[in-house]
Design a protein around this ligand. Structure first.
Ligand SMILES: [Zn+2]
Length: 309
């Protein structure tokens, strides 16, 4: 399997447009010991020709233009992007769908709850279905293994196993809609397996780590895991108010209840944090937090990484 990390930051990117935290300030001054990042986006391929996006970031257009494998070639209208798998309704996971509205057919896999939220409550996504045979929406059942297909119906050689990690719907979803949806379908983790070899666990938003999740992750080759916040009160420290990491659905990286500690038993996979918020001190490669992450056997994803499993 080929994996392209097109973006690695949490919502807002790094730097974030309205943020003057230490990280964003030093980065803009050109003295930060770390890299800028666009909002999290991953693409996977079994054969290097047909690609599937895992979610669709608000930075998708520029991310495609930075990635030759995802660019149009051949006929006047063409794309190697065969489909998108959406794991939640979070804006930083779906806004990029609106950048794919140029009448290019593709398949869009998501839970029925997310499909209803997007298609029935947010008319702007109707732009994906202005003509027949534009976007083909396919419901996925949590817990089932689904083989991804191209728009023309060809088997891509990639299969995805989804599992529920979060019952939180985004704040823009109405109370009526939440009452009518299945809580299990709010936020998914996904294990992506390619016929050509390689298993990837993709979890950009994880509120808690169970023993079952630990076992799942120890059976894959690469874990791309929620690295949003270093500490539970990180945003409160920066802003003076706001929600904790756990209240926002993200287990922090550090501490006795953090992901480094709870996933210390993982033996098999390469372990990479992704979806890193601009306030997270582990972005600073000269700081103790980054050293702690590396010493624990984890990496911090960067835009442009190309991995082969
Ligand atoms: Zn910032």
């Amino acid at each position: 399997m080929q994996v392209e990390i097109l973006g690695s930051a949490a919502g807002g990117g790094f730097p974030q447009w309205n943020c003057n935290c230490r990280n964003c300030r030093l980065l803009r001054m050109g003295v930060f010991a770390g890299k800028s990042r666009t909002q999290t986006q991953v693409a996977v391929s079994n054969d290097g020709r047909r690609w599937f996006l895992l979610n669709a970031s608000p930075d998708l257009r520029i991310q495609i233009e930075r990635t030759p494998a995802l660019q149009s070639s051949g006929t006047a209208r063409d794309s190697p992007i065969a489909g998108v798998l959406v794991t939640s309704g979070d804006i930083d996971q779906i806004a990029g769908l609106l950048s794919l509205r140029e009448f290019q057919p593709f398949r869009l896999y998501c839970t029925a709850s997310i499909r209803r939220i997007l298609r029935e409550d947010n008319s702007v996504f109707g732009m994906l279905n202005r003509v027949p045979h534009q976007v083909c929406w396919q419901d996925i059942q949590v817990g089932e293994c689904v083989r991804l297909h191209t728009d023309a119906g060809a088997d891509s050689g990639i299969r995805c196993e989804t599992f529920s990690v979060s019952s939180r719907y985004p704040a823009y979803v109405s109370a009526e809609r939440i009452a009518a949806t299945n809580a299990d379908e709010a936020g998914l983790g996904v294990i992506v397996t390619a016929d050509s070899g390689g298993r990837l666990a993709y979890l950009p938003a994880v509120p808690a780590i169970s023993e079952a999740l630990q076992r799942l992750l120890d059976a894959v080759d690469l874990v791309l895991f929620d690295g949003t916040f270093w500490s539970n009160d990180e945003l409160i420290q920066v802003q003076g108010s706001g929600a904790t990491a756990l209240e926002m659905g993200h287990i922090p990286v550090s501490g006795s209840e953090g992901s480094i500690q709870l996933l210390a038993g993982l033996r098999r996979p390469r372990k990479v944090f992704i979806h890193v918020n601009n306030t997270n001190p582990m972005l600073d490669e000269s700081g103790p937090e980054y050293l702690e992450v590396r010493a624990a056997g984890w990496e911090v994803a960067e835009d442009g990484w190309q991995l082969s499993l």
